[in-house]
Every structure is written in C-alpha cells, then in structure tokens.
Ligand binder design. Sequence first.
Ligand SMILES: Nc1nc(=O)c2c([nH]1)NC[C@@H]1CN(c3ccc(C(=O)N[C@@H](CCC(=O)O)C(=O)O)cc3)C=[N+]21
Length: 297
Amino acid sequence: MGATIIDGKAFAAKVREKVATHVARLVDEHGITPGLAVVLVGEDPASQVYVRSKGKATTEAGMKSVEHRLDPSTSEADLLALIRDLNADETIHGILVQLPLPKHLDEDLVINSIDPAKDVDGFHISNVGLLGTGQKSMVPCTPLGCLMMLREHLGSLSGLNAVVIGRSNIVGKPMAQLLLGDSCTVTIAHSRTKDLPGVVRGADIVVAAVGRPEMVPGDWIKPGATVIDVGINRVDGDAGKTRLVGDCYYASCEKVAGAITPVPGGVGPMTIACLLANTVTACCRSHGLAEPEGLTA
Ligand SMILES: Nc1nc(=O)c2c([nH]1)NC[C@@H]1CN(c3ccc(C(=O)N[C@@H](CCC(=O)O)C(=O)O)cc3)C=[N+]21
C-alpha cells in the first residue's frame, strides 16, 4: 500500500507559476516590478546555498532580486542602517534577513526593525500578533507552504486533530495558529511533552518541526494520518557522503500514513515558493491592488 507522496517540488512549481503570472500582470498593467531583498550576514555555506536559490527563483518569477552579503563581523548599527534603507526603498517590497544571525546581533531587534508590510518572513511582532488574532498579516513561509499542501491534499481541515511537534517562532507556533484558523483541534508538542508517542498517535495531521533527524517513527503514526515533515537534516550517508533526512523516519512512516511529504522535495521547495508569493502579496498591498488568489492564508 504505502502513503500518497505529497510532491512539494511539483506543487511549488505550480505556486511559482501562479506568482509569475501575477508578476507579469503587475508589470504589464501597472508598471510595477515586485522586489525582494535578502540579507545574509556571515558565510555559513548552507545559508549561502539557500540565498542563491532564493535569488534564482525570484528572478525566474520575473521579480527584482537584491542580495546583501555582509561580513560576519558587521555591527548591529550597520545592519539596522541597511534595513532602514531597504524599508525606505520603493523598489523593494519584501525584506528577508537570513536567520540565524551571528551571536553578537540581537535577532529580535533586527527583525522588528523591518517594516512589517515588507516582512515577507512574517517574523515581525506585528505580523505575529495579527496572525494570532486572525487579522490580515504576512504569514511565515514554511507554515504557509505546509498549510497549502494540507488543504490541497485534505480539502477541509475542519475538526481534525493536528499535532505540531516543535514550538519555534518560525515554524511550530505560526503553524499551530494557521491550523487553528482552519478549525483543527491543535496540540503543540515539544521536548517536555509527556507521552509524545501517545499524543502523536491521536493526530489526523502531524507536522514535525523539531530538527532531530528521523525522530518520529512509523509506529507513532495513526493509520491514514497526513504527515508533514518540516525537518531538513544533513546526516552521514554511504561512502563518506552526506544525505538529507527529515524529522520523520520516512521508511516506516510511509507504510502507515495516508500521505506524507518527502525530504528533500517536500516542505523546502514550498518555503521558497511561498517567499515569492508573500513578496507579490506585499507588493499588491503596498499599492492598494487586488491580491493574488490562492497564494495567501
Ligand atoms: N529568515 C529566514 N527565512 C527562511 O526561510 C530561512 C532562514 N531565514 N534561514 C535558513 C532557513 C532554511 N530555509 C530553507 C528553505 C528551502 C529549502 C529547500 O528548498 N530545501 C530542499 C533541499 C535543498 C538541498 O538539497 O540542500 C528540499 O527540501 O527539497 C531548505 C531550507 C529557509 N530558511
């Protein structure tokens, strides 16, 4: 038997196509090109790869892409000054500061200095508060991508039991808010949760976002449940190579779940697609134009 594989890569391609169509309309009918600025402080090789693929996807969708690569020793004042400039730049509709930042920089301070209207990561306290109260906001890309895949696969989520494993500000908490918004009964589980296997076994929807390679085995999964694996963990593989695995043990979960997202090719590509979607959304809102349909929560 085996679970339906939710193909995030294919779904992301569709989202990106929708984004590109909307961008073309903005350019043709309004003379507006949405612009995304990505700020990377330091030289973490994995981060550089993400920044590059984000830039490529942005250009491919017909948008303007700007990258700022700053020295790892960049001062907080200099970073804040750059953000101030980007906030004031009318050609920039989305600003993403790649996390984590080097330890000498105050992440909360930096994120909250971004104009909330340009905060395409949805990490600014204003957007967090708006999401939590069910108001129009910028929604964090990874949870938004997960929600889109869940709706596509399940249709209505109303009344389903959802367990989110992980309580981070960037995935777990906003994911829980979105699931609640779609009328799920939501449990946020974490490292201190009592009887985690038992809690997960009650779930129709499992979103694993802890960053622990293969920690969720198939015998925690309720037969037929939908499993969204947010983890992207690089582990040692065969012949001295590395490979990517999720937070779920795919081989055993796949046998029990009704549907599951693979790693790679699941949530990751959707995150990037949603970043583009959020940039178009931010651009439309800033110009008082109709938002693209199906690209927001
Ligand atoms: N402010 C901020 N916003 C972010 O959204 C953000 C960030 N900081 N810091 C770093 C993480 C990481 N991240 C990924 C996005 C897509 C893939 C992705 O598409 N991964 C591919 C695999 C890529 C590979 O092969 O290495 C996949 O899952 O199929 C991975 C990682 C966004 N991040």
